[in-house]
Design a protein around this ligand. Structure first.
Ligand SMILES: Nc1ncnc2c1ncn2[C@@H]1O[C@H](COP(=O)(O)OP(=O)(O)OP(=O)(O)O)[C@@H](O)[C@H]1O
Ligand SMILES: [Mg+2]
Length: 385
């Protein structure tokens, strides 16, 4: 065998779907000949497995016809687009990954974290959505600078609002200013389902979901409606917050949601005039809790006045001041979260089958005591049909 014979044989192999062969295309590389054994690489542009198979089959046949006894065809193809490998119920299948942002306690910086992590993920080149699932206290529209924007309605679906390169939806964008609603358990479940099913989210790499504080109906409904790829817990360094955060981490465990890490927020204070960092609430106090749940602190975010003003003025610090210390820490946290999500998918993804309601058909699993208490939402609100 010579290289000329090999090339001449391979020039009979057409690139699938084209009238040009793989040698003319310049796809054939690294030809190695050892007696009648031939190996070579075909560097193709398609990630479709059928293309690789057809080329391998035809190349092997052509070379054997030319006298080769042993043919090794290495196909080098681009990676398939990143897909989620998760299973189970998913009422928003165009979204590949779901990140649940939780805390045991209110006011620790969940919404601030959700906004800044979402923006940092988008800055990494990902298609990102941000769902404000805090139905009682929707703060995301203000933090994203779209408090006055009303969403466009398309038939019976609602288009997400776009800001800072991400898609966003919140109860705050659907209600009139200052309006308050009294939510019953079944209504919360229905609202969460509608946020996933009736908002026209694009094909998203990840939907970041800002949860209400605590562990309740909203968290359970979310876990039952979509396979949540990973959970993020936000805490502050004080012991009282840590006690509550343990509950949030324990909830992830019970719902079989892999933990992407802990963000210790308000961890130290950076003085705006001197840039000196002071320890106010303590720092690094969440480490034992991270160890206990076999996870890590992915960022210690200091108290920085720019975080609060950024939130109030709708100019998130990660966007408005990307070189600030807090922005850097949110960015590092986002990189770590995405690496965890990719690892989870590489290992088979998540499955929410085990958290589906087990009550027989017709019997409500709603915590509010069944459909008679909430006739308008019977059968739909709790993941049971
Ligand atoms: N690291 C920080 N430095 C300065 N201010 C911060 C920081 N983190 C959060 N804040 C401010 O603290 C307040 C509470 O934060 P945020 O609304 O994000 O908390 P939350 O956990 O979502 O609260 P809730 O439970 O009420 O939804 C906001 O005004 C926010 O701007
Ligand atoms: Mg909040």
């Amino acid at each position: 065998m010579t290289e000329e014979i090999v090339k001449s044989a391979l020039s009979k192999v057409m690139y699938p779907g084209f009238t040009k062969d793989i040698v003319t295309f310049g796809f054939v590389k690294d030809i190695n000949i050892d007696g009648t054994s031939v190996s070579f690489t075909v560097d193709i542009t398609s990630s479709a497995p059928e293309v690789a198979k057809q080329i391998t089959d035809e190349a092997t046949e052509a070379l054997k016809a030319a006298g080769a006894s042993n043919v090794t065809c290495n196909i080098k193809a681009p990676q398939m687009p990143k897909e989620s490998s998760s299973h189970g119920k998913n009422i928003a299948p165009q979204v590949k990954n779901f990140l649940m942002v939780s805390s045991g306690k209110g006011g620790v910086g969940k919404s601030t974290t959700s906004v800044n992590v979402a923006i940092a993920l988008a800055a990494q080149g990902l298609k990102v959505g941000l769902l404000d699932a805090d139905i009682y206290g929707p703060n995301i529209p203000r933090m994203m600078g779209v408090a006055d924007v009303k969403p466009e309605v398309n038939g019976n679906k609602v288009l997400p609002i776009k800001a800072y390169g991400i898609e966003m939806m919140s109860m705050g964008s659907l209600m009139e200013d200052g309006q308050s609603l009294i939510w019953r358990g079944a209504m919360i479940m229905k609202a969460i389902e509608q946020f996933l099913r009736d908002i026209l989210w694009s094909e998203l790499d990840v939907l970041v979901i800002d949860m209400p504080p605590g562990t309740g109906d909203a968290q359970l409904t979310l876990a039952q409606s979509v396979p949540v790829t990973a959970g993020l817990t936000v805490t502050t360094p004080q012991s009282v917050s840590l006690d509550d955060s343990r509950r949030s981490l324990d909830m992830f465990k019970k719902l079989n949601i892999p933990i992407a890490g802990i963000i210790e927020n308000m961890s130290g204070f950076i003085a705006p005039d001197t840039g000196v960092e002071y320890d106010i609430f303590g720092k690094g106090t969440s480490q034992p809790m991270a160890d206990e749940f076999d996870t890590k602190i992915i960022a210690e975010v200091p108290i920085e006045p720019g975080i609060r003003t950024g939130g109030d003025e709708g100019k998130p610090i990660t966007f408005a001041a990307p070189s600030s210390e807090s922005a850097k820490r949110f960015t590092e946290a986002a990189a770590s979260i995405w690496a965890t999500i990719e690892e989870i998918n590489a290992n088979g993804g998540v499955d929410n089958q085990s958290v589906q309601p087990t009550t027989p058909p017709g019997v409500s699993a709603c915590s509010t005591g069944g459909s008679s208490a909430a006739p308008q939402s019977s059968g739909g609100g709790c993941g049971c049909s």
